[in-house]
Design a protein. Structure first.
Length: 256
């Protein structure tokens, strides 16, 4: 029986999935030439399948090193948790690499976000966030300096910013609004996160508030799209025919 091109690609994909399962997370796949010979397929066909599996988040291609099996994406539920708290919940070890921390004067846009007067002193902290030593996100945080006197960014290498804000500065966070959009990583960002330049990324902007309603933090984070996804549960509003139907059921209950 002669298979058409589509059937051959599906068979190749199944065999690659079996190979991925055999190697496990972090495992390195054989070189393309060896795989092409083993599966008796053209190199271009093999590359297309590998690219599809990479886009699915199952493989990670590292320039000069080879193709590796990716870990499963971290699923984020819509809760107000710090990166450290999220990773601990998933059994991962959170750490941070401090890329820079300085005091700046808030420009008009940043001042508007933080609800302060332009020119107000603001702490700007940039960190690479890791989970069990794997780069996951690039984070830039802005804090109003007057609210965090003596702030020491170096102390956050293995601890949570939100815990520090609550315990040391009396600023427990209670709510946040955030926006999520798709973007791509430039060469510097991709290098820090260990992925190819222009790889897809999730840009998340968050504005966090204390229980009193005052703004405490503005943060921008770039998450690896292959290792992070958001999961949101939604419900349809009760209205129209469904609402009338529920009302009829209530009437029947009262009659009984």
């Amino acid at each position: 029986m002669i298979m058409d091109r589509g059937q051959k690609r599906e068979q190749l994909k199944r065999r690659l999935l079996e190979l991925i399962e055999q190697n496990g997370e972090g495992g390195r796949l054989p070189p393309e030439r060896e795989l092409s010979e083993r599966f008796d397929v053209a190199r271009e066909t093999l590359r297309r399948c590998l690219r599809e599996l990479e886009l699915d988040g199952l493989l990670q291609r590292r320039q000069g090193a080879g193709t590796f099996v990716s870990g499963q994406p971290v699923v984020k539920q819509p809760q107000l948790l710090s990166f450290s708290e999220e990773m601990r919940e998933r059994g991962l070890v959170p750490t941070s690499e401090l890329l820079g921390c300085r005091t700046i004067a808030a420009g008009a846009k940043l001042a508007h976000k933080l609800k302060v007067i332009p020119g107000t002193a603001v702490v700007e902290m940039r960190r690479l966030r890791l989970a069990s030593d794997e780069p996951m996100a690039l984070e830039t945080v802005y804090l109003i300096q007057a609210k965090v006197p003596g702030f020491d960014a170096a102390s956050l290498a293995t601890s949570s910013l939100y815990e520090l804000l609550s315990q040391r500065f009396g600023l427990p966070l209670r709510a946040a609004s955030q926006q999520i959009q798709a973007t791509v990583l430039n060469e510097e960002e991709a290098d820090l996160l260990g992925v190819a330049p222009f790889s897809p990324s999730l840009l998340i902007e968050r504005l966090s508030h204390a229980g009193s309603g005052e703004v405490v933090e503005y943060a921008k984070s770039l998450y690896r799209a292959d290792r992070y996804r958001f999961e949101i549960n939604v419900m349809r509003p009760i209205s129209g025919p469904l609402l009338a139907e529920l009302g009829d059921l209530d009437d029947e209950d009262e009659d009984q």
